[in-house]
Design a protein. Structure first.
Length: 140
């Protein structure tokens, strides 16, 4: 996450305006199914400009929190043109090593019976190493 650049933000905004492949991301029109149903998709269609803006605001807030919590040195979505300052080392972490171990065990225990469960587990398994190794590692 710490290596995200402005181009990544532009690519994500483009994706929100037209999520592709549509079969993977967009719900079939006129159908409402439970989130646990295999036909569920995260989008009902292309996001309106206001919804895309809100998504970026939420991501910016999340990255700001990660900076404040000491998991990232800087906010990769920050659009300010300020010169990079060396961040003060942060000592406090919100999850200690034991808590991180519990998170890993919880991910390992996720069900993998259906394709949807495997996809969800795969997302967690893929996200967690990025989260911990991209500037979010706990202090030893």
């Amino acid at each position: 996450m710490s290596s995200l650049a402005h181009q990544d933000l532009l690519a994500f905004q483009h994706f929100l305006s037209d999520p592709q492949p549509a079969a993977q991301w967009i719900m079939h029109s006129g159908r409402k199914v439970a989130r646990t149903h295999a036909d569920w998709r995260p989008f009902a269609g292309r996001l309106a400009p206001t919804s895309r803006r809100q998504a970026i605001i939420i991501l910016n807030s999340m990255f700001s929190w990660l900076v404040t919590a000491g998991y990232l040195a800087g906010n990769p979505l920050s659009l300010s043109r300020q010169h990079a300052r060396k961040a003060k080392p942060r000592v406090m972490r919100y999850l200690d090593e034991e808590a991180w171990t519990e998170v890993k065990l919880a991910i390992d225990a996720l069900p993998r019976d259906s394709e949807r469960e495997r996809n969800t587990t795969f997302g967690c398994v893929g996200f967690f190493p990025c989260f911990t190794y991209a500037g979010c590692a706990f202090r030893r």
